[in-house]
Ligand binder design. Structure first.
Ligand code: FEO
Length: 170
């Protein structure tokens, strides 16, 4: 059985992952409205990834005999000043999520919950990738600026991203 504090904290993180998915879907819709379909594709894949992060928490709660709760998901912003502003937001958001995952690990350690600590290590590693990929795209978006040729090339590149669901055992 999971400690109640751990159960509540994981449910809260499940909600945060769903919010992340909603946020990135909102960014996808923003890019669709700007006719940047490759940028929108990158964000759609990001939204799918976040949904898979949420489902990993969902499945873990079920596996441990805990109760999944699904409170309201906050409304994400819908407009940004520029492409750069969007990706700055992504990078800041991922750094914030890393902090949330670290807090969960701290809680698991303080409760002596080794199983949850072990489970959370997947997210610790994932956040390293999340920060690396979002800061990488941010640098490229900054370099492209508003130059049509740069934007066109980057839009093509971001349009290549595909969603790779995590393996069930991961
Ligand atoms: Fe679920 Fe982007 O971290």
């Amino acid at each position: 059985m999971l400690n109640k504090k751990m159960e509540d904290a994981i449910n809260k993180q499940l909600n945060a992952e769903l919010y992340s998915s909603y946020l990135y879907l909102s960014m996808a819709a923003f890019f669709e409205s700007k006719d940047l379909s490759g940028f929108a594709n990158w964000m759609q894949v990001q939204a799918q990834e976040e949904l898979s992060h949420a489902m990993k928490f969902y499945n873990y709660l079920v596996q441990r005999g805990a109760r999944v709760t699904l409170p309201q998901i906050d409304e994400p912003p819908a407009e940004w000043e520029s492409q750069v502003a969007v990706f700055e937001h992504v990078f800041e958001h991922e750094q914030m999520v890393t902090g949330l995952i670290n807090d969960l690990v701290d809680l698991a350690v303080s409760l002596g919950d080794h199983a949850t600590n072990n489970f959370l290590q997947w997210y610790v590693a994932e956040q390293v990738e999340e920060e690396e990929s979002s800061s990488g795209v941010l640098q490229k978006v900054k370099l492209a600026g508003d130059a049509p040729s740069g934007l066109f090339m980057l839009d093509s590149e971001l349009g290549q991203r595909v969603f790779n669901p995590p393996a069930p055992a991961e």
